[in-house]
Design a binder for this molecule. Structure first.
Ligand SMILES: Nc1ncnc2c1ncn2[C@@H]1O[C@H](COP(=O)(O)OP(=O)(O)OP(=O)(O)O)[C@@H](O)[C@H]1O
Ligand SMILES: [Mg+2]
Length: 358
């Protein structure tokens, strides 16, 4: 059992203007892969280092399996970590780097050799075992760091931006590879990235962090489809979720300037109030012809991406992103018509930015 349970973890650094982590509670089930994602400085590395035992929390506790490890040293925690700056030893060959943790644990030589060979094969490093890190590309060095972490078979695997030094294509390839490997070894994993696409693709669950707190945790589709607040909707997804204010009127309907959109019936209890509407670019239907229930908008920018066309359009006073089919034929200043299915709209409190239950 290698469940991770974090309770109210608080950490401040001397001279910091706010807490690096502020009462974070989180559970990772045995064998689960949870991704921490959030902007730079939101506390991801700090949280991971507290789980590893490399940073002492001011208050709160860390449990691994059934043990409270809060006061245990890193050595005694059965965790394996890949660091943001991959930290492999320059004076050791790949073989010794990968086997280092096993050697420290006094694992017999033949077993070290076997496990190093297995990990190297998994990470496509078999041909590089006798090279020094300086003779490897950045991506290969990063794979050595991952191999070194998975080879020890610790109960818990912690990874801090392990793909950050790869170029875009390699990153995409290695992401799928890593998912396969982690699934295969079945280790409980806490993984840090600031890349929202990577978070969605890898995580069984995704924890979106902001300013030392977890803004939302849930399955990738859940956090993408139903963001708990405006920050989560803007942070996840490319483009970010569209947000615009609208007045709820009887019917119920939503008035956006002079335009009126049908609203889900459950919104009736907010009649007379202004809400923030959130809708994803791909949920907006777009047409070059006027049709019933469609709203007139003006195209500002047309960006073909191959798989689709990303439009920036003006609807009344608001700028929206719309994802249209790749063959959608339009140009700047053209008129288009938009429609959002009420069931795809999300609603937020304009003051707190928190999701409204409708
Ligand atoms: N050793 C330290 N001393 C003082 N402040 C620190 C230290 N380490 C981190 N911080 C501060 O704590 C906050 C959280 O830092 P942390 O490294 O956890 O962020 P992060 O989410 O990992 O960011 P990034 O995506 O840039 O790696 C930041 O404001 C940072 O400046
Ligand atoms: Mg970090």
């Amino acid at each position: 059992m290698s469940r991770i349970v974090l309770r109210n973890l608080v950490k401040s650094y001397p001279g910091g203007d706010r807490r690096a982590t502020d009462e974070i509670s989180l559970e990772v089930a045995d064998g689960e892969f949870v991704v921490l994602v959030g902007p730079s400085g939101c506390g991801k590395t700090t949280l991971l280092r507290m789980v590893a035992g490399l940073e002492t929390p001011d208050s709160g506790s860390v449990h691994i399996g059934d043990t409270d490890v809060t006061s245990l040293s890193a050595r005694d925690r059965r965790v394996s970590m890949v660091f943001q700056s991959y930290a492999i030893f320059p004076h050791m060959k790949v073989r010794q780097n990968i086997g280092f943790g096993l050697m420290m644990r006094k694992v017999p030589r033949p077993e070290i050799d076997r496990r190093v060979a297995d990990a190297a094969a998994m990470l496509d490093l078999s041909d590089y075992l006798d090279r020094f890190p300086s003779q490897l590309s950045g991506g290969q060095r990063q794979r050595v760091a991952v191999a070194r972490a998975i080879v020890v078979d610790a109960g818990v695997l912690l990874m801090d931006e392990p793909l950050s030094n790869l170029d875009a294509l390699l990153r995409l390839q290695f992401r799928a590879e890593l998912k396969r490997i982690v699934h295969q070894i079945g280790t409980t994993t806490l993984y840090v990235t600031h890349d929202q696409a990577e978070a969605m693709s890898l995580g069984d669950r995704v924890a979106v962090m902001r300013d030392g707190r977890v803004a939302q945790i849930g399955g990738p589709l859940e956090v993408y489809d139903s963001p708990a607040d405006r920050f989560v909707g803007s942070f996840l997804g490319a483009p970010p979720m569209n947000f615009f204010p609208a007045l709820v009127s009887d019917g119920p309907a939503l008035s956006v300037g002079a335009l009126s959109i049908p609203a889900p019936s459950s919104l009736a209890r907010f009649a007379g109030r202004t809400v923030l509407v959130g809708v994803r670019a791909e949920k907006l239907a777009v047409s070059t012809d006027a049709a019933d229930g469609f709203l007139p908008a003006t195209v500002e920018v047309v960006e073909p991406t191959g798989a689709s066309v990303l439009l920036t359009v003006r609807l009344g006073d608001h700028e929206l992103k719309v994802q249209a089919p790749p063959t959608f034929d339009t140009r700047p200043e053209a008129s288009v018509w938009l429609r959002a299915d009420p069931s795809t709209m999300r609603f937020y409190d304009p003051e707190t930015s928190l999701a409204l239950t409708v």
